[in-house]
Design a protein around this ligand. Structure first.
Ligand code: KG4
Ligand code: ZN
Length: 331
């Protein structure tokens, strides 16, 4: 039988990505990173859209070549519909629609955050249902109760900043470029978490990170006032302390969600799930609490079209296609 081959496109933020997914298995997952945003301390939407426009055709060609697939062999085209930056989403959405139209293929729209969760089905070991997924990225922080491939409920979310934003904004205060998360992670591994920041008191399963950013700002101001070299002299310990408080806040809520729901299959997903401290904390808490834990391979943590293709495969099986007139959504 002819395999089900999906061409998947992801362009929600600053990574242009294309993947080929055959019968649910990722055959190629190519990403063009936009280094240019380092210069600005954050993603500049206009710059991101222009870079997507320049990158999308080469990235798609590369994915086809790596997978050894011809355009004529494709069964469906999938794209990230949202959430994300509108100008960025429009590039991937328009490309996918034009491709589908010219090859007369069905179209599949995918929610970026649901795709982060389903990235767990790109490789073994795969979680079984139901499971909880802590989805932590630059724009979102959610605890998701996953009942089935296409049946998810958000049971906790951030009320303000996302966990990735907490890393990025704290890193900016330390003079790091964007994204600061990976740099904080690297320095944290060399330091001791000896500075204490207050934990936000948010009831239930929700999160808040904006107060943390403010307390880090005031702490740094106070210390730099009395010692202008404070940041340089204590960089590793400051990073370890910032990372520690963010992980503590995340893991306490995950434990609460697991105890409340009785679910013991726990996964993490999204860009921040690449963090070495969070990966270790999940494994350790999992052992203590008797959980089975699921940590994605690095290529499936940050934004990638592989996860879009995997999600689209399950939508294909369920017959969930979309029409040419669907519009992207920012939130
Ligand atoms: O999922 P993602 O690639 O894009 C969004 O959908 O937002 O996540 C990007 C976020 C950024 O905030 C980045 O700083 C963070 O993930 N990140 C990390 C690490 N790698 C990426 N944060 C902490 N430690 C890391 N190793
Ligand atoms: Zn993402």
């Amino acid at each position: 039988m002819k395999p089900n081959i999906i061409l998947a496109i992801e362009s929600s933020c600053d990574d242009t990505s294309a993947a080929i997914v055959s019968n649910g298995k990722v055959m190629a997952n190519c990403v063009a990173n936009q280094e240019i945003h380092h210069l600005y301390g954050g993603v500049v939407p206009e710059v991101a859209s222009r870079a997507h426009q320049a990158n999308i055709i080469p990235v798609v060609d590369l994915a086809l070549k790596r997978a050894g697939v011809k355009k004529e062999d494709i069964s469906a085209v999938a794209f990230t519909r949202g959430p994300g930056l509108l100008g960025s989403l429009l590039v991937g959405t328009s490309f996918a629609k034009a491709f589908a139209l010219s090859y007369q293929l069905p179209l599949i729209e995918v929610n970026h955050m649901e795709a982060h969760v389903l990235a767990h089905f790109a490789e073994d070991p795969k979680p079984t249902f139901p499971f909880l997924c802590l989805t932590v990225s630059g724009g979102h922080t959610q605890i998701v109760l996953v009942r089935d491939f296409l049946d998810m409920e958000i049971i906790g979310r951030t009320l303000d900043d996302a966990a990735g934003e907490a890393f990025d904004k704290s890193g900016k205060l330390l003079g790091f470029g964007y994204p600061a998360g990976p740099l904080i992670d690297r320095y944290a591994q060399l330091g001791q978490a000896r500075f204490v920041f207050p934990e936000p008191a948010i009831p239930g399963l929700d999160f808040s990170f904006s107060g943390l950013k403010t307390s880090i700002l005031y702490f740094l101001r106070r210390e730099v006032d009395s010692n202008p070299q404070f940041i340089e002299q204590n960089l590793a310990d400051i990073c370890a302390s910032i990372q520690q408080i963010i992980i503590t806040v995340l893991m306490k809520k995950v434990r609460k969600a697991a105890r409340q729901t009785g679910i013991r299959q726990i996964a993490i997903a999204g860009g921040v799930s690449a963090n070495s401290g969070l990966r270790k904390a999940l494994a350790e808490m999992g052992q203590k609490e008797g959980w089975s834990t699921y940590i994605p391979d690095f290529q499936y943590c940050t934004d990638n079209a592989g996860m879009i293709g995997v999600n689209a495969y399950y939508k294909f099986l369920a017959g969930q296609f979309c029409t040419q007139d669907v519009a992207p959504y920012a939130r």
